[in-house]
Design a protein around this ligand. Structure first.
Ligand code: NAP
Ligand code: G4F
Length: 344
């Protein structure tokens, strides 16, 4: 039995990864920010809240990181904690840089000072590719981040590589493309859509307002992605891997798929910023455009090539776009009928 330490354990990936590690028979310790009230709803939904030991953990506070590592003595440390909202990073760039960039360095340095034997995983992101130089994006594609979040994550990525090369640490970084699930935060576009349309279907919410419908993302399922993350830390040495499905869909495609799952018959009307999506039989407005929700700089299209992870880790995504949307829509339809406040 190993001791697995997961920062950001109360987030989407943290919850799935905690369950994955527990199923493998390990002790799981999760870092939580006491300042944010420690909402364990995701661990509760997965039925593992009682099995994860929670400790106060703050990536901004180096003495706290040192004390936690001293007490926990992890065999593996997964750094999933981050200010992970791309839009927010434009309004809080300094905080984002501190948590998502410097926070990685604080953690790596504390691990090094503690002996450097802990296997380390850094949650890097396809957002680092930004205005992508080539398609599909792979490990060797140059980065061109388009947000303070993306820029901070590039620092986290390279400092992870540096600690591997300079100090011989077992340090890996997964360049993960968007992955979603019923446990996704409601601020991200996929959950915003499934929760919003489910409430509309239940008659407990109004039409959705989205920044745009054109952006394309390579959307996979978080359950698949945490298996890839785990595999990276099983390798003889640390390395860097893209995890992606290889298919991209637009926000519009996602809205249509979710609307169909929820029994609507969607149709587009109008063009550009006047485009709407309407339920044809009832003439109900489902989605309209709100340009105030747009970001100062957008990432238009991302699609990844996970061949290296397939070759070296034996990793392949098992849940396709249709099944992902159906699972999210069904979960939110249930929630919209019972406990909407608990999941948003
Ligand atoms: P998430 O749901 O937003 O979870 C992030 C977690 O980090 C939250 O539990 C949050 O705590 C915690 N956190 C935030 N600031 C912190 C701080 N200063 N100190 C300690 N903890 C802090 O994110 P996710 O979707 O699970 O993603 C996990 C990681 O993968 C993130 O690093 C994200 O940037 C990266 N990533 C995600 C995707 C994706 O598509 N999901 C793709 C690529 C990379 P609170 O609960 O207290 O807010
Ligand atoms: O769901 P999103 O907010 O995710 P985004 O920006 O791709 O970031 C997520 O994936 C990254 C991996 O590439 C992670 F690193 C990051 O932490 C996060 O998990 O937005 C997806 C797309 C964007 O182009 C956004 O501009 O949808 C567009 N969009 C259009 N209207 C919207 C909205 N996004 C949000 N959140 N809300 C809207 O109303």
């Amino acid at each position: 039995m190993e001791t697995i330490f997961i920062t950001g354990v109360l987030g989407q990936d943290g919850a799935y990864l905690a369950r994955h590690a527990l199923e493998k028979g390990h002790r799981v310790v999760g870092g939580v920010r006491s300042s944010s009230g420690a909402n364990t709803w995701r661990l509760d939904e997965l039925g593992v809240a009682r099995d994860v030991e929670l400790v106060d953990f703050e990536l901004l506070e180096e003495p706290n990181i040192r004390a936690v590592l001293d007490a926990v003595k992890p065999d593996r440390c997964f750094n999933l904690a981050a200010q992970s909202l791309v839009g927010t990073s434009f309004r809080q760039p300094l905080l984002t840089a501190d948590v998502d960039g410097m926070g990685v360095l604080r953690l790596l340095e504390c691990l090094r000072m503690a002996g450097g034997q802990t296997r380390f995983y850094q949650a890097s992101t396809s957002e680092m590719f930004g205005r992508a130089i080539e398609t599909p994006q792979r490990e060797t594609t140059p980065f061109y981040p388009r947000s303070p979040y993306g820029v901070a994550k590039v620092f986290g990525h390279f400092i992870t590589r540096n600690y591997r090369e300079a100090h011989g640490m077992h340090a890996s970084a997964g360049i993960l493309f968007n992955h979603e699930s019923p446990l996704r935060g409601a601020e991200f576009v996929t959950r915003k859509v499934t929760l919003g349309l489910a409430r509309l279907r239940r008659g407990t919410g109004g039409p959705l307002r989205l920044g745009s419908l054109d952006a394309r993302r390579d959307w996979g399922h978080a359950r698949d992605y945490v298996e890839g993350i785990w595999q990276m830390t099983e390798q003889p040495q640390g390395d860097e891997f893209v995890l992606a499905t290889g298919h991209s869909s637009s926000v519009r495609d996602f809205v249509f798929a979710a609307a169909l799952c929820l029994g609507f018959d969607p149709e587009c009307r109008g063009e550009g910023d006047n485009e709407t999506i309407v339920d044809r039989p009832s003439n109900t407005l489902l989605v309209s455009i709100d340009t105030s929700l747009r970001r100062p700089a957008e990432v238009e299209t991302l699609v990844g090539d996970a061949s290296l992870a397939s070759e070296r880790l034996g990793w392949r995504p098992t849940i396709g776009f249709g099944a992902l949307v159906a699972e999210m829509a069904a979960a939110d339809y249930q929630r919209a009928g019972h406990v909407p406040a608990a999941v948003s």
